[in-house]
Design a protein around this ligand. Structure first.
Ligand code: OAD
Length: 274
């Protein structure tokens, strides 16, 4: 385990080592969690001030909760949608997007639903699609019809004042079904095509760069183990140790916005920006 900085302010040894691993890799899988967006102002789930410290997931993030009280669930998701709309990608998202733009065989799998990787990519001029970015747990900026399953982009505010004002399906079939956030809730399975593609990337990556995840939620956390078992190396960036730390070739104790731009090959000029 290597510390990102020491009290004397010396340049951290782990940064150089991590950069070498990343520079020498032909394929890199970047696995991200809530911590990468913490420096953008998006709350994490399990840390201090985390969402699951203040709210009970079973009341807000299960199909049963939505069936019981869709207005309450939408109210909470609308709060998160507005919060994220006011946040910007930070230097970690941007460094990763620029790295992808350089065509370096870098693919991102995120557990985040905040859309900040996609926004960083479009700000950088990368046409990010499912060949570069997989959002395992869905997206706050999409809705899904509970009746016909149609998924649609939806970024404008949702009126949650009463059950009657909640959004309903008005697509091609116009089925009028109640719309829900297109996110994966507790007790639900991930989209098999998305998780299947993610495992395929994990098997072929030389390095899995794990940023800002507590690595306690499956199957996401096992992606890093798959790369490791296939002979690849793990590089971790997190202020705290995680269950993956002991398996990592380099584990840097630091925040994503500070560390990631320093270790992404070719991105050092932006290393001091937020
Ligand atoms: P967690 O809240 O479990 O973990 C956040 C991680 O980020 C912790 O390990 C922190 O130490 C780390 N962290 C905090 N600040 C950081 C910073 N500035 N830079 C880097 N790391 C930092 O979030 P996830 O691991 O993403 O699932 O949680 C996984 C899943 O659990 C989420 O996708 C969500 C949740 O239940 C669903 O909603 C389906």
């Amino acid at each position: 385990m290597i510390a990102a900085s020491d009290p004397a302010g010396r340049p951290p040894a782990g940064i150089e080592r991590a950069r070498r691993f990343l520079a020498e890799a032909d394929g890199v899988l970047v696995l991200t969690g809530a911590g990468i967006s913490a420096d953008s102002g998006v709350p994490t789930f399990r840390g201090e001030g985390g969402l699951w410290r203040q709210h009970r997931p079973e009341e807000l993030a299960t199909p049963q909760a939505f069936a019981r009280d869709p207005r309450l669930v939408w109210e909470w998701y609308e709060w998160r949608r507005r919060l994220v709309a006011d946040c910007d990608p930070n230097s970690a998202h941007v460094a990763l997007a620029r790295w992808q733009a350089r065509g370096a065989g870098v693919r991102i799998v995120t557990q985040n639903v905040d859309g900040l990787h996609g926004r960083a990519a479009s700000d950088t001029g990368v046409a990010s699609g499912p060949e570069l970015l997989l959002e395992l747990h869905g997206s706050l900026s999409r809705t899904r019809c509970t009746s016909c399953d149609a998924r649609r982009e939806r970024r404008d505010p949702i009126d949650t004042t009463s059950a009657a004002t909640l959004p309903h399906c008005a697509g091609a079939g116009d089925c009028r079904g109640l719309l829900r956030p297109d996110v994966v809730w507790f007790g639900e399975s991930l989209d098999p095509a998305v998780i299947g593609a993610a495992f395929g990337w994990a098997e072929t990556a030389d390095v899995c760069l794990v940023v800002g995840t507590s690595a306690v939620v499956q199957p996401a956390a096992s992606l890093a183990a798959v790369t490791r078992e296939a002979g690849g190396a793990l590089v971790e960036v997190n202020p705290e140790p995680t269950p993956l730390t002991w398996r990592a070739a380099v584990s840097i104790r630091g925040g994503a916005a500070d560390v990631v731009p320093r270790i992404v090959p070719g991105d050092q000029p932006s290393a001091t920006s937020r």
